[in-house]
Design a protein around this ligand. Structure first.
Ligand code: PMV
Length: 314
C-alpha cells in the first residue's frame, strides 16, 4: 500500500496591512502586501492522522476537515505537516496563509486545477474557522501575492508602486487574538456608531492618500500617512502602550513612519525605513524585540511563497 500513498503540498506568504485594518471590516478600502515570510502545508493520505504544526491549534483539524469537504473528500485519513517562517498570531496573516496553503495542498494531492482566485475564495471559508467575521483582505492578499488595494464590496486590485518600500516588521511581546480585538471593537462601535464611523472615514481618506504616495514613489508622504493611521487606530482603542512605544522607537531611529499592522491589541508593528532597513531591524533586536525586514513592492522577495512547487510524480 505504501507505494500508493498520495501526498500534496501548498505554499502561501504572510502579509502586512500597510493601511486601513479594522476600517476594512466596516467596508472601507485598505492596502495590504504579501511578505517574504510564509508557510508550507504537506498532506499525506492513508497514514494515521498526525499533526506537526508550529501553532499546534485544534482549529487546524477543523479547517482541514472543512477544506477537504469542499473538494468532496473526507479529511479524516490525511496527515498534515506545517513548516513556517511566519510568526503565528501576531497580525501577519498566519491563519490566512495556512488556509491558502491548505487548499493548494489539497488541490495538489488531488491533481485538481486551482487558480489564485479560487484558492483565495476557498481560504475565505476556512478563515471563518479562525476569525469569525473576516473582511476577506487577508486570504485575498495571501492567495494573489503582491501589493493590493481591497474593499469588501469591490474586491481587490493590484496597486502600482513606483519604488519598493523597505519595511521592518517588529513583534511585540503581548499575546493577542484578532477575533477578540475585532469583537471588542464591534461592541464599542455598536455603542457609539457616529464616533467610530467618523474614524473609519478618516482612515479611508488616509488610504487614498497612501495609494497616491505609493504611485508617486513618495516614501516620506507614505510614512506620514502611516503615522496618521497609527494615531487613528489608537483612538479606536486598537493600539497598546507597547505598540505605541515600538512605533515611537522606530521614528526615533529614523523611520519615515510606523504603525501597528493587522488585528492589533498586541502583535506586530511595521516601520518604513529611511534607507537601510536592516539597521533599524537591528535596533529593535538590540532592545529585545524580534524584528526582520521585508521589501514591499514590485519584484519584492514575496514571490518565493507565491505558488506551490509542483511535486514530481512518484
Ligand atoms: O490580525 P490579522 O493578520 O488576522 O489581520 C486582521 C485584519 C483586520 O482588518 C483587523 C480584520 C479583517 O478581517 O480585515
Amino acid at each position: 500500500m505504501a507505494d500508493r500513498l498520495r501526498s500534496g503540498s501548498g505554499r502561501a506568504p504572510g502579509k502586512v496591512i500597510l493601511l486601513g485594518e479594522h476600517a476594512v471590516v466596516y467596508g472601507r478600502r485598505a492596502i495590504a502586501a504579501s511578505i517574504g515570510q510564509g508557510l508550507e502545508v504537506r498532506l499525506t493520505e492513508g497514514r494515521v492522522p498526525r499533526l506537526a504544526s508550529p501553532n499546534g491549534s485544534g482549529r487546524l483539524y477543523e479547517a482541514l476537515a472543512r477544506a477537504a469537504r469542499g473538494f468532496g473528500i473526507d479529511g479524516e485519513s490525511l496527515s498534515i505537516e506545517v513548516s513556517s517562517s511566519l510568526p503565528q498570531g501576531v497580525g501577519l496573516g498566519s491563519s490566512a496563509a495556512l488556509s491558502v496553503a491548505l487548499v493548494r495542498a489539497l488541490a495538489d494531492l488531488l491533481g485538481a486545477a486551482l487558480d489564485d482566485g479560487e484558492a483565495g475564495a476557498r481560504a475565505f471559508e476556512l478563515e471563518q474557522v479562525f476569525h469569525g467575521n473576516p473582511s476577506g483582505i487577508d486570504n485575498t492578499v495571501c492567495a494573489h501575492g503582491g501589493l493590493i488595494s481591497f474593499s469588501r464590496d469591490r474586491g481587490f486590485r493590484p496597486l502600482a508602486c513606483a519604488r519598493p518600500l523597505p519595511l521592518v516588521i517588529a513583534i511585540g511581546r503581548a499575546a493577542r487574538e484578532t477575533r477578540r480585538v475585532v469583537g471588542a471593537l464591534r461592541e464599542r462601535w455598536q455603542a457609539d456608531r457616529v464616533r467610530y464611523e467618523a474614524v473609519f472615514d478618516e482612515i479611508a481618506a488616509l488610504v487614498e492618500r497612501g495609494e497616491a504616495a505609493l504611485a508617486a514613489g513618495d516614501r516620506r508622504g507614505f510614512g506620514a500617512v502611516m503615522d496618521a493611521n497609527q494615531d487613528a487606530l489608537a483612538r479606536l482603542g486598537i493600539s497598546t502602550p507597547e505598540l505605541d512605544e515600538m512605533a515611537a522607537f522606530a521614528r526615533a531611529h529614523g523611520a519615515l513612519g510606523a504603525k501597528l499592522t493587522g488585528g492589533g491589541g498586541g502583535g506586530a508593528v511595521i516601520a518604513l525605513a529611511n534607507g537601510d532597513a536592516s539597521a533599524l531591524a537591528g535596533a529593535f533586536q538590540a532592545r529585545g524585540w524580534r524584528a526582520f525586514t521585508s521589501d514591499i513592492g514590485p519584484a519584492a522577495s514575496y514571490s518565493t511563497y507565491r505558488s506551490y512547487p509542483k511535486q514530481e510524480p512518484t
